[in-house]
Design a protein around this ligand. Structure first.
Ligand code: A4P
Ligand code: MG
Length: 165
């Protein structure tokens, strides 16, 4: 089975945001090899008015198909108690997205890779480039460049605390 090199995006803007992100990463580490994790970024919400987000990213090696990776992420979201609201882009306790897979461009009913709004989203691209600075758009071969956005790096890592002495 092929091993995919993938970047998973983490987002949360309700409840114990950092706790939910760390719990999601711990679950992800059970099924994938986590190779790098980013700092946690405080980001202004994009979409309807809602609380501020935390966003982060993890670079993983995934043994299996991209669809199976998505299924694993949806399972983690469900176990962590995410309730999908009616509102698109609305608030969430935990959102796990397949942001990018090395060399893969695909579009099925269930999964679009790279994430369709990746290039316009600083809150996704800034953490992605922290864990995969060499990431390129699989369609054009161009390196990604983070757009301007209201994204502030915190002292926390999604995995452990860089800030602690
Ligand atoms: N799906 C298709 N492609 C993918 C992919 N690459 N990764 C499908 C993950 N899922 C993908 O997802 C709906 C369906 O998308 C999934 O079942 C899967 O089959 P969802 O998580 O239920 O829906 P959603 O997240 O509400 O919608 P969407 O369009 O994914 O929202 P976004 O684009 O993720 O936006 N502002 C800040 N600052 N930070 C954020 O993280 N996030 C959003 C959500 C809005 N504003 C934000 C943030
Ligand atoms: Mg999502």
């Amino acid at each position: 089975m092929a091993v995919l090199r993938a970047v998973i995006g983490f987002g949360a803007n309700l409840g114990d945001r950092l706790g939910a992100m760390r719990a999601a990463l711990a679950e992800l580490a059970v099924v994938a090899r986590v190779e790098r994790t980013s700092h946690v970024y405080a980001t202004a919400p994009v979409g309807p008015p809602q609380p501020e987000y935390l966003n982060a990213a993890a670079l993983v090696a995934w043994e299996g198909t991209s669809e199976a990776l998505l299924e694993a992420l949806l399972g983690i979201e469900a176990r962590l108690g995410r309730v999908r609201g009616a509102e698109r882009f609305g608030p969430r306790t935990i959102d796990l997205d397949v942001l990018w897979i090395d060399g893969v461009a695909e579009e099925t009913e269930r999964l679009v890779v790279p994430h369709p709004r990746l290039k316009e989203r600083a809150f996704a691209l800034v953490p992605l480039l922290e864990v995969a600075p060499d990431a390129r758009d699989p369609r054009t071969g161009e390196p990604y460049v983070a757009p301007q956005g209201d994204v502030v790096r915190t002292d926390d890592d999604v995995l452990w605390n860089h800030g602690a002495a």
